[in-house]
Design a protein around this ligand. Structure first.
Ligand code: SF4
Ligand code: SF4
Length: 382
């Protein structure tokens, strides 16, 4: 018997619908694994015949509830993640059989200790860097450990064949998503940054993955056709913006839409709301555990030190997407991205000779007007 939360009747309609949809899926004995971060190895979750759901971020309302246990001066991703679990207001949290989290930053890893009192949480310890031989070996042990946890939790065996199949499926999904993101390389882009962000977030919450990916293929094709027939050769005068830094889920209106409403096009995301994790495929020709270990270790995030892959990716994207200006988004109290922003600013301004704007924000609305002024001034100089 699968129960709904006690205060289910008090939720607004779309939230109630979300709960009912996942409840129906759970009643078909579907295993659900909640995850927060790009470092979560989806292939192992797929190979366990489980459905991964993204738990990152959430509405500002749950942040207040989280602040009863967490400090106010903490990243909103962490506070809203915990608040969602605490208030039982997120269907994905509520119905997750297991939650996997990585020790990306101090706030997150200590939050998991509290979250573990509410849900079954498995924590993967992430190495601090990517370059040393023992970084790989350490992360490989964490992969094997997570595999064991999934097998014990769901009483199954993750065979090599299953894992290889999961790698093939996931690589195909990456290519489909990458094709969609790369529409932003066209000039003018046939799709807004806001729509790119919205579509990508929606995919994570679709349960029929085959259907969701077929829709993305069709949408990409339609937008390419539109470009060929209506837009090609008519280069836009609107400045082309790349967003980097912290994930922008939860900031779509306040940052992405606001920039576009002010007259610029957000065509690229060098963050976890963009193609970052999709560019490198998992090597299908080697041992599958080694292959996923290498793939996920190589993800460039400011939690890694040093983090040279980020600058390489940033430079390539600035060129390939013909970027006029870079906006770096720092979430409140995210120390790793905040400190790294000095190097990003120097790189963008000095090496790539492009204007750079850094903003620090959270999920509240209180600084919307201030951001509007800063975006406006930035776009004017482009
Ligand atoms: S920015 Fe870093 S910590 Fe945050 S989701 Fe991406 S990889 Fe994970
Ligand atoms: S945005 Fe920064 S502080 Fe927040 S969870 Fe990600 S790495 Fe941690």
């Amino acid at each position: 018997m699968i129960n709904l939360p006690e205060n289910f009747d008090e939720y607004e309609e779309t939230r109630r619908e979300g709960f009912l949809e996942i409840k129906a899926i759970k009643e078909q004995d579907t295993r659900i694994v909640g995850m927060f971060c790009t470092y979560s190895p989806l292939e192992l979750i797929y190979a366990a015949d489980a459905l991964p759901v993204s738990l990152c971020g959430g509405p500002e309302g749950v942040i207040q509830a989280a602040e009863v246990h967490l400090p106010e001066n903490l990243c909103p991703v962490i506070k809203s993640s915990y608040g969602n679990a605490l208030t039982e207001s997120c269907p994905y949290f509520y119905f997750s059989d297991l939650i996997v989290g990585e020790t990306t930053c101090d706030g997150k890893k200590k939050m998991y200790e509290l979250l573990g009192k509410l849900k079954d949480v498995h924590v993967m310890h992430l190495p601090q860097g990517q370059m040393k031989k023992h970084d790989f070996l350490y992360w490989k042990e964490e992969m094997l450990d997570f595999k064991r946890v999934l097998e014990e939790k769901f009483n199954i065996e993750i065979t090599e064949d299953k894992l290889r199949e999961a790698i093939r499926i996931r690589n195909r999904e990456r290519r489909i998503l990458l094709d969609y993101y790369e529409l932003g390389k066209l000039n003018p882009s046939p799709v807004s940054g806001f729509d790119i962000n919205t579509t990508m977030e929606a995919v994570e919450f679709r349960f029929d993955k085959d259907e969701a990916y077929e829709e993305i293929i069709q949408r990409t094709k339609d937008l390419r056709d539109k470009y060929e027939k209506e837009l090609k050769g008519k280069e836009s005068k609107r400045p082309r913006i790349l967003i980097t830094g912290c994930p922008t889920g939860g900031l779509r209106y306040k940052v992405v839409k606001q920039i576009e409403d002010l007259g610029a096009d957000v065509v690229a995301f060098e963050n976890c709301s963009g193609p970052k994790e999709k560019i490198d495929m998992v090597d299908e020709s080697i041992d599958p555990i080694d292959a996923i270990t290498r793939k996920y270790l190589n993800i460039n995030c400011s939690v890694m030190t040093p983090n040279p892959n980020r600058f390489k990716a940033l430079g390539e994207m600035i060129d390939e997407y013909q970027i006029d200006g870079v906006v770096e988004v720092i979430l409140q109290a995210c120390h790793t991205f905040n400190v790294e922003s000095t190097n990003v600013k120097n790189y963008v301004q000095n090496e790539k000779q492009k204007p750079y704007l850094r903003i620090e924000t959270n999920y509240s609305e209180h600084d919307t007007g201030q951001l509007n002024t800063r975006f406006n001034a930035f776009i004017e100089i482009l």
